[in-house]
Ligand binder design. Structure first.
Ligand SMILES: *[C@@H]1O[C@H](CO)[C@@H](O)[C@H](O)[C@H]1NC(C)=O
Ligand SMILES: *[C@@H]1O[C@H](CO)[C@@H](O)[C@H](O)[C@H]1NC(C)=O
Ligand SMILES: *[C@@H]1O[C@H](CO)[C@@H](O)[C@H](O)[C@H]1NC(C)=O
Length: 634
């Protein structure tokens, strides 16, 4: 079987793989590719794909989504922007209107965000896991790896002569570090098509990342078909490879200790996912969700095989993947996002449809891209991230807690001491941190856990705001809501008066305010719980996802589209159902598990949670007499 697949590959390669420039999206010649090979930039700057087949389903590498622009949708597709970039000379962060330096990122962080622990009475930790996983689908972590591993010297003398080092200064009178004496936080410039060497320096830095821009469960299926074939597929029953350990099902684990799970406490902790991409081993939240959606694929494939015993591995795999991605998007759009952004708001703004059924707003002219503002805005969620993962047994008794920041690149922890069970139970029992301007101390001092001595994720967010070259807050405010803000006084009604006073003290003029400073301080949107500018930047992308994705699950006209009955089944999915199906020891849960359990959301048996009826996928051809199948031409 494997040999067959390999042969298939070679054949296609010879027959007509096409090469494109990953930044410009235009075809290039073999000579161009050889030049990139010489400078070792082929991986980043060249997109190699096979010719498109308009009837083919969603490709793992995202290519051929847009038939007029085949490489768009693949990894290394450039971002789009809601507003054009603005920089000082040489693409350094811009100065204030009057030409002075902007206030230090760390100073703004300590003045605008307080530190403490206030539990939410509304959201569960599970909601945050899901949000982090959703952003994990379209970002990558090499900008962090850069200053931890590749340039570990940014706060040292050597860092001063490396133009990629842009560490953050901690002021002398910092509320925490006046006592520690630490004056510097590591950071590097975001990697760009320019820094990697795909396009000449001297033009506006264009961020480069390694995930596909589409919502397609990149963390589970990876971004390259080759990786999926080698590390993902079992080539039996449509399943992904798996291991059973102590009755629990896991993605396969790396068989060497030379893996990315640097913080595994060996010899006790050894597990490290060997998945098509390493994303599943990174943040604790992504790790959990990746395991669940990995299992969910196999759960779906197994159900499909029961309904359609005549389906082969390929058909089962493709259908299970298509359903798994659909279920993932359905859960995000119809369950997760409404509890934060407001159901009515999302209906009004065309992000979700209230009455079920199909919708088709695909527009070939809109490329599959992510706006740079979208993953950036999601960083606001750092204020809602609770630092301690609380663990419970299956009957809801509290057992212990553990800092989530210590679980980055430490998959081994999940694999021992029943931790996976207890963390799963905790995810829907524990509250997240409250939505407010109070951040968990682990987010502001220990964000990378043992990987750094000190790490303030939110200072980092503010500094990145500037290196991404975002226009000032007031410009975004105007694009989103039309009404110009010309003075601090105009912020009344948008931001609480005491916070306007702090902003006035920090910034010379309202036009100097960083985008993130506005998002951090705005009052929540009507009908929802998030800052209005966050809402605006996020729904712009949520809509683009629908318009620009030819394989969007709600479309009746995509290749292998769901029929009405199947789509209606997909729409029954909830995170509660997913945990009932694949979560360790979950036999009871509240129906709306992103929200805390309570009078109208009681923890109850999984039997009461609606489930997908896979008979909607019944293939009548399986019912023909056996000899029909046996003689079917291949
Ligand atoms: C070439 O690039 C790849 C991927 O970026 C990297 O892993 C490898 O170490 C590089 N090789 C050399 C010789 O620089
Ligand atoms: C988490 O990591 C920090 C270092 O960043 C360490 O001091 C602390 O002891 C760790 N906590 C646990 C419970 O392992
Ligand atoms: C900066 O990074 C280096 C290398 O990872 C580390 O030794 C140092 O402690 C870091 N600085 C801080 C303040 O965390």
């Amino acid at each position: 079987m494997l040999r067959l697949v390999l042969l298939g590959f070679l054949f296609c390669d010879v027959k007509g793989a096409l090469f494109y420039d990953s930044y410009h999206g235009v075809p290039i010649t073999i000579e161009d590719v050889k030049r990139h090979d010489k400078t070792n930039t082929t991986f980043w700057c060249v997109t190699e794909i096979e010719p498109c087949d308009p009837l083919e389903g969603r490709r793992v590498d995202g290519s051929c989504n847009n038939l007029k622009n085949p490489p768009r949708g693949a990894s290394h597709t450039p971002f789009t922007r809601i507003l054009p970039a603005i920089y000082d000379k040489d693409f350094e962060p811009k100065k204030t209107l009057s030409g002075n330096e902007m206030p230090l990122a760390r100073l703004l962080r300590t003045r605008l965000i307080s530190v403490g622990k206030v539990p939410s009475q509304r959201y569960t930790q599970l909601a945050i896991h899901a949000f982090v996983f959703l952003s994990g689908d379209v970002v990558s972590l090499h900008d962090t790896v850069n200053y931890i591993l590749w340039r570990p010297y940014c706060c040292m003398e050597k860092g001063k002569s490396d133009p990629y080092c842009v560490p953050n200064k901690i002021p002398e009178d910092d509320p925490v570090h006046r006592f520690s004496g630490i004056r510097c936080l590591n950071m590097t410039r975001p990697e760009s098509f320019q820094s990697i060497g795909c396009i000449p320096k001297g033009t506006t830095p264009e961020r480069i990342i390694s995930s596909t821009p589409l919502i397609d469960l990149s963390v589970v299926y990876g971004n390259y078909i080759k990786n999926l074939q080698e590390k993902g597929r079992l080539f039996k029953g449509g399943l992904l490879k798996f291991e059973v350990d102590n009755g629990r099902i896991w993605p396969p684990s790396s068989k060497t200790t030379a893996n990315v799970c640097f913080l595994n406490q060996r010899p006790h902790e050894t597990r490290c996912h060997d998945m098509p991409e390493d994303g599943g081993n990174t943040l604790g939240s992504i790790n959990l969700m990746a395991v669940w959606f990995w299992r969910n694929h196999n759960f779906i494939a197994t159900e499909l095989a029961k309904v359609n015993p005549c389906w082969n591995d390929e058909k089962l795999f493709a259908t299970a993947r298509d359903i798994n991605i659909a279920v993932f998007i359905q859960m995000n759009y119809y369950e997760l996002l409404p509890v934060f952004l407001g159901y009515e708001n999302l209906v009004k703004d065309g992000v979700i449809v209230p009455n079920g059924g199909f919708r088709d707003i695909y527009n070939e002219k809109v490329l599959p891209q992510v706006s740079l503002e979208y993953p950036f805005a999601l960083r606001w969620l750092h204020t809602v991230q609770e630092g301690s993962l609380k663990m419970y047994d299956k009957d809801g008794h509290y057992l212990k807690q553990f800092p989530i920041v210590n679980l980055t690149l430490r998959t081994g922890f999940f694999g021992v001491d029943n931790n996976m069970d207890y963390i799963t139970q905790g995810s829907f029992r524990q509250g997240s941190a409250n939505i407010d301007y109070i951040a968990d101390p682990d987010m502001t001092e220990q964000g990378l856990g043992p990987h750094q001595r000190v790490s303030d994720l939110m200072t980092n967010d503010m500094a990145k705001n500037r290196y991404f070259g975002f226009q000032p807050y007031v410009k975004y405010r105007e694009v989103c809501f039309g009404k110009p803000v010309r003075s601090f006084g105009d912020l009344r009604g948008i931001i609480d008066p005491e916070r306007i006073e702090v902003l006035r003290e920090m910034y010379e003029r309202v036009e100097d305010m960083d985008l993130l400073a506005g998002i951090w301080t705005e009052r929540p949107i009507r009908g929802g719980f998030v800052p209005p500018t966050f809402y605006c930047l996020v729904i712009d992308q949520l809509r683009r996802n629908i318009i620009a994705d030819r394989h969007w699950y709600e479309r009746p006209n995509r290749p292998n589209a769901f029929n009405a009955l199947q789509l209606a089944e997909i729409r029954k999915i909830t995170i509660a159902r997913i945990l009932c199906d694949v979560g360790d020891t979950v036999t009871k849960i509240q129906p709306r598990a992103f929200l805390k359990a309570g009078i109208n959301n009681k923890i109850d048996s999984c039997n009461k949670i609606p489930q997908i009826d896979y008979r909607a996928w019944k293939d009548v051809s399986c019912e023909r007499p056996l000899y029909w199948n046996q003689y079917k031409p291949i």
